[in-house]
Design a protein around this ligand. Sequence first.
Ligand code: AMP
Length: 397
Amino acid sequence: MNILVINCGSSSLKYQVINSDTEQCIAKGLCERIGIDGSQITYAPAGGEKEVTVTPMPDHTEAIRLVLDALTNAKTGVVKSLDEIGAVGHRVVHGGEKFAASTIITDEVMKAIEECNDLAPLHNPANIIGINACKKLMPGTPMVAVFDTAFHQTMPEEAYMYGLPYEYYKKYKIRRYGFHGTSHSYVSKRAAEVLGKKYEDLKIVVCHLGNGASISAVKNGKCVDTSMGLTPLEGLIMGTRSGDIDPAIMEFIAHKENKSIDEIMTVLNKQSGVLGLSDNLSSDFRDLEAGHNNGDANATRTLKTFCYRVAKYIGAYVAAMNGVDVICFTAGVGENAALVRSMVCEYLGYLGVTIDSAANGKRGEDIAISTPESKTTVMVIPTNEELAIARETVRLV
Ligand code: AMP
């Protein structure tokens, strides 16, 4: 069966078609600047030429119409008709406490997703628009929602509660939810598979280090803690997000710089992280690595602070699980930045970690980068959220 996987943002839409028998991606692409001047669609069939077409996309329905046209195009399409697409899997960012697993989309499910809009006002409304657009154009095709938060719903109360008045939890469901769940789930399972061990027997720390970054503790096949919170702002230092800070800093900056709460949130989400910490050198770790190698103090300070935070969270999660068997690195930085991995692992001597530098230099494969003697196994597992969404979709339809 072919599964169309949709990841819909407010002005962009990423898509992939995955054949569930071979688990290969047969086409993928991206619609950008939806509802804005200069919108364009990128379409890349597997083994074919990538096409970029600039064309008006006033809304998401038009964007999805263009995607479906590209997929069924007589010359360059990968399916003859839409009948060859058996189901659609939608990434949905926030499932609140309502969704601890993926689900077939029904009218009640749509209502429940809408009820989570308050918790992710930038993301969930866009996800809902994408689902509605698909429903309009593919009315008979089953659709599945796969939530970024679902994998983390197994966290115990002591891991998800904040030290705030309990009434805010009762009134507004303010608690830790965590994100990147599809990736944490995929990577932790894949690590067990690659090692030939039972998932349910392992204590795994997954470091998802991309432009957004989060870390999770997976004990006996269940997430027991994760670093992102009510929103994706908490935890690690990210590309442009601050991660953990003293909340009183917000009031301090507000007074000194005469900024509103909204303006401070923009600073914390868009101007902080490694971008801000490097004095605006870059949010891209390729630039930071190059800077560090050229003796740039901004780059070195940023990499050291980023890696220290990751190492500190690993320590916290080893404590939470009373031990660790496997530490996994994934996502853009985790999969590609050998320097970041080695700087993080320098803190892990107490876990008996020793790194094989030749293995750490490799790229693009599921691989152990620790030596056979290392007491804790350290791995790189490339994440594949689209495949995980396609698998969930097949399982449910
Ligand atoms: P993601 O959000 O998972 O797509 O990760 C994107 C980030 O990965 C980029 O912003 C870069 O910082 C980082 N990245 C991608 N390729 C490399 C590379 N070859 N070396 C170091 N960092 C990389």
